[in-house]
Design a protein around this ligand. Sequence first.
Ligand code: 2BA
Length: 107
Amino acid sequence: MKLIIAIVQKEDANRLQHAFAKESIRATKLATTGGFLSEGNTTFLIGIEDKFVKKVMRIIKGESQGREEYLNPNLAMTGFDVSSQPVKITVGGATCFVLSVEEFKQF
Ligand code: 2BA
């Protein structure tokens, strides 16, 4: 068994959640915050048999899209806006980690 941790943009989260439900893929949805932008994103925890990992990754890839954001570097690093040029960054699609699960139990 594997645990997939998938961090997606919140704009894609509901669509992804529905795609999981449609395929009977069990997932837990967490409201999270990116450490760099300090903006809300969504993290899914998906416990899944090894043979379905590729399918889950395909669904995540299909439902997540990258977006361009403009970041004020001073605001990000110091918390103060001392107006410098915004920097364009590309956020997401999805950031995924696949971990081996040592034990899975439900009581
Ligand atoms: P954030 O940490 O808010 O990062 C948002 C975007 O800012 C990143 O998009 C990337 O384009 C940029 N960025 C982040 N750290 C940077 C840095 N030190 N220097 C320059 N640019 C930087 P993504 O890479 O697509 O990441 C989207 C979100 O996924 C992240 O939001 C974070 O919540 C999560 N994430 C990404 N990599 C991770 C990792 N290695 N471990 C844990 N979470 C991660």
